[in-house]
Each structure stands twice: as structure tokens, then as C-alpha cells.
Design a protein around this ligand. Structure first.
Ligand code: NAP
Length: 305
């Protein structure tokens, strides 16, 4: 099975290379600006290719050269709170996805697109694939909704996954909550953790296992799945569980409401994911402490930099 991963230098893509190589896939990673070393270099990983998804011809060329069976499209401007100019967000997240979708169709590859649970209203509560999305959303969330439309319009075999906030091991610049906590605690600083943002925190390997289950179905059925972890928690509760697991003094979690942090632009939110549809494929997210233990084992083995 040949898998092309866009955004392989990012948090999800970096983990995806390891995950799928370990499972016997032949992987072509692509990156944009950061040529991170890719762990587990084996004959099943091709040299990473530099690729801007904004360049439609380049995307078509790289995809056509590798002839993947599956494309995991993880490249994006992926930080919801970052203030990207709207035209740049559109070019990377929307047009970039269109380019990847067209290229996937041209080689009849199955496109797996990573969207987000931010497509739901911030106080949506428990949601599934049938729940109403937030048509008034702006910025990152809007770009992801528009990108979903590009996937449906231009890919002939596609799956959309809407993951929630993820955690796991990664590189030093990783876009994930546990890396944020680790960085703070390594610097002997307390981490601001919000008591008014609730999510079904997802271990990145559980997202990748969901993608693996979807790939194993064979022909894509053009489906959308929400993907979240085994329990819904506030950021503060999650951080306290992570601190306890790692023997960190709980006082290093500075529990507050989101409007108490100067300069923070996201507000309170409550989005919990009902993953019955994904579970119907035989997928199951692991319990939180099991995920933390897995991270501990992998962190020792791979020591990412
Ligand atoms: N992390 C989460 O908790 C989370 C939650 C829900 C959904 N998601 C979604 O999952 C996907 C992966 O997120 P992530 O956390 O891995 O993000 P990330 O760590 O910020 O990585 C983003 C990746 O996109 C690449 N990229 C940025 N601009 C590009 C461009 N113009 N052309 C090609 N590649 C470009 C980056 O390359 P360089 O670094 O080389 O510049 C990097 O590899 C995204 O679609 C995100 O929206 C993430």
C-alpha cells in the first residue's frame, strides 16, 4: 500500500509517517518549510519532498510520480488561534485542498482529509456527523468547512475526518496540548489551563488508527467521521490528569477561565464527539492513561527533536 502524506513535518504528519511505516506501508512524506528528520528511516520511507499545496502543478506532479493508493492530507495552516490573513488561509487550506483532491482523482487515490471539530458551534455540546455545522464560522473553522466542500467536489474517492484537539509526542514545535504542557513544565513554569473549554481529547495514534481502519475498508464510501477520545474533559482536567501521571506538582497547572488569559482570542467552548460511526468500523480510542503510557514508551524510544 502506497501512502502519500502531506504536512509530514507537522504534528500529525510526523506521527503518521512512523505509524504507517511500522504497519508496512510504503510512504512518501512531503513537507513545506521544515525538513525535520523523519524517524524510523527505512526502505519503506521515500526521501521527503518539499511541496507547497498552493502550487497545483507541483502537487499534481508529486502525486503522479508516486502513484499513491491513499493520500493523507495533513498539510494546513492548522492553529485555530493564529491570526493568518484570510487570503493566505484560503490559499493554503481551501485551494491547497482542492489541488490535493484533483491530484488524488487523477491517479484514483483515496483521499483522507483532516478537517476539525471547530466546524461545529463552540457550544454545540455532544455532536456527531449529522449535527449542524456553524455556517457563520470564520477564520480557520470556515477554511476547513470550505476545504471539505472542495474535497467533495474534486475527489472521486474521499473520506473526511473531523478530529478534535489532539495530544501525543512530536517535534519541539508540535501543534499539540501535551507538548505545550511539557514545554512549560520543563521551563519550570506553570501552564495556563482553561476550565471552560471541553473537548474529547484525542491521542494522535488513535486518529491514525482510525485512518487505518478507514483504509482497510478498501473502496472509499465518501464518508465523514468525527474522531475524538474516550472521555470528554476540560483542558484543566486533562492537564491535571497528565500532570498526575507524570508526577508533576498540580500547582504547575494554573487553572483559569479563557477570558482571564491576556491576549487569548478563543473563548469558552464545549464540543464533545459521539464517535459511534467510527466505532462501527471496529475502531476504539484508548483510555487516557493508556495513551500517556504509550507516549512515555515512544518518547524514550524516539526522542524527537
Ligand atoms: N493538532 C490538532 O490538535 C488538530 C486538531 C484537529 C484537526 N487538526 C488538523 O490536522 C491536520 C494536521 O495538523 P497538525 O497539528 O499536524 O498541524 P501542524 O503541526 O501545524 O502542521 C502543519 C503542516 O502543514 C504544512 N504546511 C503549512 N503550509 C503549507 C503549504 N502551503 N504547503 C504545504 N504544506 C504546508 C506544514 O509544513 P512545514 O512545517 O514544513 O512548514 C506542516 O507540515 C490539519 O489539517 C489540522 O487542521 C489538527
Amino acid at each position: 500500500m502506497k501512502l502519500l502524506i502531506t504536512g509530514a513535518s507537522g504534528f500529525v504528519g510526523w506521527n503518521a509517517v512512523r505509524y504507517f511505516v511500522d504497519r508496512g506501508f510504503y510512504v512518501q512524506p512531503t513537507f513545506h518549510s521544515l525538513s525535520h528528520y523523519l524517524q524510523n528511516h527505512t526502505e519503506r520511507v521515500r526521501l521527503p519532498v518539499q511541496l507547497s499545496v498552493q502550487d497545483g502543478d507541483a502537487v499534481a506532479e508529486v502525486v503522479s510520480r508516486f502513484q499513491p493508493n491513499v493520500i493523507l492530507h495533513a498539510a494546513a495552516l492548522a492553529r485555530p488561534q493564529a491570526a493568518h490573513p484570510p487570503d493566505i488561509l484560503h490559499q493554503v487550506n481551501v485551494l491547497g485542498t482542492q489541488h490535493v483532491a484533483r491530484a488524488a482523482s487523477a491517479v484514483n487515490a483515496h483521499l483522507i482529509f483532516l478537517s476539525t471539530d471547530f466546524v461545529y458551534p463552540s457550544s454545540a455540546g455532544l455532536v456527531n456527523e449529522e449535527s449542524l455545522v456553524d455556517v457563520r464560522s470564520a477564520g480557520y473553522a470556515r477554511s476547513k468547512l470550505e476545504a471539505e466542500r472542495e474535497v467533495k467536489l474534486h475527489a472521486n474517492r474521499w473520506t473526511i475526518i473531523r478530529p478534535t484537539n489532539m495530544f501525543g509526542i512530536g517535534t519541539h514545535s508540535s501543534n499539540c496540548f501535551t507538548q505545550f504542557l511539557d514545554r512549560k513544565w520543563e521551563a519550570k513554569e506553570s501552564a495556563p489551563v482553561f476550565s471552560d473549554q471541553t473537548r474529547s481529547f484525542l491521542y494522535v495514534d488513535d486518529l491514525l488508527s482510525a485512518a487505518e481502519h478507514i483504509i482497510a475498508r478498501g473502496e472509499a464510501q465518501s464518508e465523514t467521521y468525527v474522531c475524538g477520545g474516550s472521555e470528554a474533559l476540560t483542558r484543566a482536567s486533562f492537564a491535571l490528569r497528565y500532570a498526575t501521571f507524570n508526577g508533576i506538582d498540580p500547582s504547575f497547572c494554573n487553572v483559569m477561565e479563557s477570558d482571564q488569559l491576556a491576549g487569548y482570542i478563543g473563548g469558552s467552548s464545549d464540543i464533545r464527539l459521539d464517535t459511534a460511526k467510527l466505532r462501527g468500523l471496529g475502531w476504539k480510542p484508548r483510555p487516557l492513561e493508556e495513551a500517556f503510557e504509550d507516549m512515555r514508551q515512544k518518547g524514550v524510544r524516539e526522542n524527537p527533536s
